[in-house]
Design a protein around this ligand. Structure first.
Ligand code: ADP
Ligand code: TRP
Length: 321
């Protein structure tokens, strides 16, 4: 059986890009193998130094994941920091990781360019991510396209380890959905917390409507034909509707006579309805904190059992045991 693994940073409220790029595929994949999903709180520390906010976001991500369909009878859910050997493996991996490999990573350059402090942790972030993946002998890693390079780094580090110490690790494969590889934000650029162009999946109705109505459009007049493919309204709608409904909207774009405002309203209505059952589930879960704690505890126990086995192999191979 294939082992599927992914993580998400608790650095803020989840948005449509996180949901479509990572969470929805991860939930779908839990049917196809042994799934492990975790809250990457150690990674979040690279950008968030506010203890209360980190605790709150970590809890929110757990609620979001469960509300969006993570089935605890099929998939494990746990906090990264509950797996102590991650940090040990990260150190071991860093001893074979060439500086040049990390220097090539876009993420460090992008994040420091946007004002994040140029810390050692931000620079070595891909090594910690490699440890997350390799410590469970993961086969498949569902992520958005922006994480593709980190998977390549993980594979390079695994190959280096195998060359240096003998066959220790298997090489994981990313799973990237082409249709949701880069979900556009309200300004048409990649939706991202750091660009201020996000639509949060569990926003209040009024706030969510406002975000949709604020999607940036060109100045094509109401009566003129419009190109669906170049519009983020249509690109988002397509990801939440049936093929028939998407084709119908594309047709109305091309026909002219409908303004962007009407398309935005239709998109908002569809997305609001789409998340209705998940909002209800989330409210239920929020009322029962003990239940969520129990899931995280069980998840950590089972994940640790897998990690310990792999680490026994690693520690023996490198000579620590
Ligand atoms: P952000 O860019 O908002 O900080 P993260 O880097 O925390 O988002 O991403 C968490 C997960 O969501 C990753 O797997 C990432 O690839 C995916 N993801 C984030 N934004 C998008 C997007 N706009 N389109 C597709 N996937 C995305
Ligand atoms: N770096 C990922 C992100 O920013 C989160 C993450 C950490 C992750 N460790 C992982 C994703 C391991 C997949 C597998 O979204």
């Amino acid at each position: 059986m294939k082992r599927i693994l992914s993580g998400i940073q608790p650095s803020g409220a989840l948005h449509l890009g996180n949901y479509l790029g990572m969470m929805r595929p991860a939930v779908e994949l839990q049917q196809q193998g042994e799934a492990l999903y975790f809250i990457a709180d150690l990674h979040a520390l690279t950008s968030l130094h506010d203890a209360d906010a980190l605790r709150r976001h970590s809890r929110d991500v757990a609620l979001d994941f469960l509300a969006c369909g993570l089935d605890p009878s099929r998939a494990l859910l746990f906090r990264q920091s509950d797996i102590p050997k991650i940090s040990l493996l990260s150190w071991i991996l860093s001893t074979v990781t060439p500086m040049g490999l990390l220097e090539r990573c876009h993420s460090y350059k992008d994040k420091t360019a946007r004002g994040l402090a140029a810390t050692h942790a931000l620079f070595s972030y891909p090594v910690l991510m490699a440890a997350d993946i390799l410590i469970y002998d993961s086969d498949i890693v569902p992520v958005g396209k922006d994480q593709k390079q980190h998977l390549e780094v993980t594979r390079d580090i695994a190959v280096k380890m195998n060359e240096t110490f003998g066959d220790i690790f298997k090489l994981p494969e990313p799973s990237i959905r082409e249709d949701a590889a880069v979900v556009p934000g309200t300004d048409g650029a990649k939706m991202s917390k750091s660009y201020g162009n996000t639509i949060e999946i569990f926003a209040e109705e009024k706030a969510m409507r406002k975000k949709f109505m604020g999607i940036v459009t060109d100045s094509t007049p109401v009566e003129a034909p419009k190109d669906p493919e170049s519009s983020s309204i249509y690109q988002l709608y397509r990801l939440f509707s049936s093929a028939d409904d998407a084709a119908a909207m594309a047709e109305r774009f091309r026909a002219g006579g409908t303004g962007y405002g009407d398309f935005k309203k239709q998109l908002f209505g569809t997305v609001w309805e789409y998340f209705a059952p998940m909002r209800a589930k989330r409210a239920e879960l929020e009322a029962d904190p003990g239940y969520v704690d129990g899931i995280l505890r069980t998840g950590a126990e089972k994940a640790n059992a897998i990690a310990e086995k792999v680490m026994a192999r690693v520690e023996a191979a490198v000579g620590l045991r």
